[in-house]
Design a protein around this ligand. Structure first.
Ligand SMILES: *Cc1c(COP(=O)(O)O)cnc(C)c1O
Length: 421
């Protein structure tokens, strides 16, 4: 049958989605990888994103792999998960594990299982987006917050982190930005991209500021176990009696398995403010709308957590590597005149470095710096613009030490080549 075509097709993709997703790290790193030249016979060195799972030193524990295999083989986890928040034994195990560092006990009801931390970020944006609501986000930050806020029409305002003060939150700028439509502020601790770990004192100040403003704190603790400096990691939930906290976490960085897509969103709310204001109910609605984390991964959680001894061995091994690579990175950057790092990382896998463009010939901004670096040296860094901080770059030091050294040596050669005569 011949049917005449319509004069025009009426459908169109959601342009808003394209605009929002262009902010994500994946997008920026992807475009840099595409500009890798094929003239360079050397291996490309990826210091742009934080996924060291491909390196032998960061291969996850056998105990975690066993837990997943056993869960699949048991045949008990082939169904949809019947509980909205996730399987009860998994939530109970996570609640217990996270309670070890808190002054009160979490219950399984405080835990929502997610497909990774990113899913938690999305749920937060979904739940908080109201007609005029706004959320306060850190600059530099993790761009997915802006992407999801923007997609859900949740206005975001950026407060500064202060490089000379260990990248602490500029609480004055938080107060200046907030108004009666502000609903929450986000902190990331240990911090991506800055590598900072906040002191207990600073977290208390954050909680007090949130209380004064009547807002909640969203604490992204994806790197909760990745700290190797002098400040011990303190969960934001410690101060949840001052202001309510939603904590996000996942196995991605804890076990170096970002491909497993398993995380949690936890309400730290000893005063039941999140339930009274309907936030908990809305979180349940989010869970209804989206698909659960794979049931067998949920089923594997109790065994993963029970076998702590094997995890602890693995953990001390990777922490040692990261402490060493952070040292290497800091020392090598110090030795390159046009780069400046105000803070030696204490946690996460990243270091932020400022470019002194006045010393460089024909490089006008961080993006151009990164593009030329890819083309000439096959080294990939993340330009600061992607994180809201122009003319900085983020270096991931979570690689095998010889690879990192090679990458940083190439970076030095690149800077020397472009150094103003
Ligand atoms: C990696 C990362 C995430 C995403 O974690 P997934 O669990 O893999 O979704 C979220 N927040 C920060 C700060 C991250 O670095």
């Amino acid at each position: 049958m011949e049917v005449n075509g319509p004069s025009e097709w009426r459908f169109q993709a959601n342009r808003h989605l394209i605009a929002a997703s262009s902010r994500c790290v994946r997008k920026v790193v992807g475009s840099l990888i595409n500009s890798l030249g094929n003239e360079d016979e050397r291996q490309a060195i990826f210091l742009g994103h934080g996924d060291p799972s491909v390196f032998p030193s960061f291969r996850t524990t056998v105990s975690a792999e066993d837990a997943v295999v056993n869960a699949i083989r048991s045949g008990k986890y082939n169904s949809y998960c019947k509980n909205l928040q996730g399987l009860l034994p998994a939530r109970r195990a996570i609640a217990e594990e996270l309670s070890r560092d808190l002054p009160y006990k979490l219950s399984a009801d405080d835990v929502f299982l997610t497909s990774g931390c990113k899913h938690g970020i999305r749920s937060v944006a979904e739940v908080l987006a109201g007609p005029n609501a706004n959320i306060l986000l850190p600059r530099p930050g993790f761009p997915d917050y802006e992407a999801h806020a923007s997609f859900y029409h949740l206005e975001f305002r950026l407060f500064n982190l202060l490089p000379e003060k260990g990248w602490e939150v500029d609480l004055q700028s938080v107060e200046a930005l907030a108004d009666h439509n502000t609903v929450a502020m986000v902190i990331i601790n240990p911090n991506n991209p800055c590598g900072s770990v906040y002191t207990s004192h600073h977290l208390m100040k954050v909680a007090e500021t949130a209380r004064k403003l009547g807002i909640m704190v969203i604490s992204d603790e994806a790197y909760a176990t990745i700290n190797f400096g002098e400040n011990p990691f303190v969960p934001m939930g410690t101060f949840a009696s001052v202001a309510p906290v939603i904590t996000l976490g996942s196995v991605s960085k804890r076990l170096f398995v970002p491909g497993w897509r398993l995380g949690w969103l936890v309400t730290n709310d000893p005063n039941h403010i999140l339930s009274k204001t309907g936030v908990v109910e809305s979180l349940e609605c989010c869970q209804i709308m989206t698909s659960d984390a794979a049931t067998f991964l949920q089923g594997a959680i109790p065994e993963m957590i029970e076998r702590t001894k094997e995890y602890e061995e693995f953990h001390s091994k990777v922490i040692k590597i990261l402490r060493d690579t952070a040292d290497i990175c800091y020392a090598k950057i110090k030795d390159i005149p046009c780069l400046y790092c105000p803070y030696k990382p204490q946690g996460s896998m990243f270091m932020l470095v400022k470019l002194n463009l006045e010393l460089l010939e024909e490089i006008h901004d961080d993006m151009e710096f990164c593009v030329k670096l890819v083309k000439e040296e096959s080294v990939i860094l993340l330009p600061g613009v992607a994180l809201g901080l122009k003319n900085w770059v983020r270096i991931s030091f979570a690689t095998e030490p010889p690879t990192l050294e090679d990458g940083l040596d190439r970076l030095k050669v690149f800077c020397q080549r472009h150094f103003k005569k």
